[in-house]
Design a protein around this ligand. Structure first.
Ligand SMILES: [Zn+2]
Length: 86
């Protein structure tokens, strides 16, 4: 996966859900654990955009994290097994 090959498909959140910061981690994962649930409607998926890789056809979620002193671009593969709708 190379960022150069990613094409945008759309955004997951809505204006209303943007401010929602609750995360869903019933099994003790954290925000970017490889096995963290992808909980639609929960942070950070309320702020993520969906991208498709032209090379491997994989789908990826991108999310920009704004810390106190940094801005970090996050990319996570969209794995069907991890998607939940709690
Ligand atoms: Zn790829």
């Amino acid at each position: 996966m190379s960022v150069d090959h990613l094409a945008p498909l759309g955004v997951l959140g809505t204006e209303e859900s943007w401010e929602r910061l609750d995360e869903f981690h019933p099994d003790g994962t954290n925000l970017w654990s490889p096995d963290a649930p992808i909980a639609l409607g929960w942070h950070p998926y309320t702020r993520s955009s969906l991208w498709r890789c032209a090379q491997c056809s994989g789908a990826f979620l991108r999310y920009t994290e704004y810390g106190g002193y940094y801005v970090e671009e996050r990319i996570r593969p969209l794995l069907a097994d991890l998607i939940v709708n709690p």
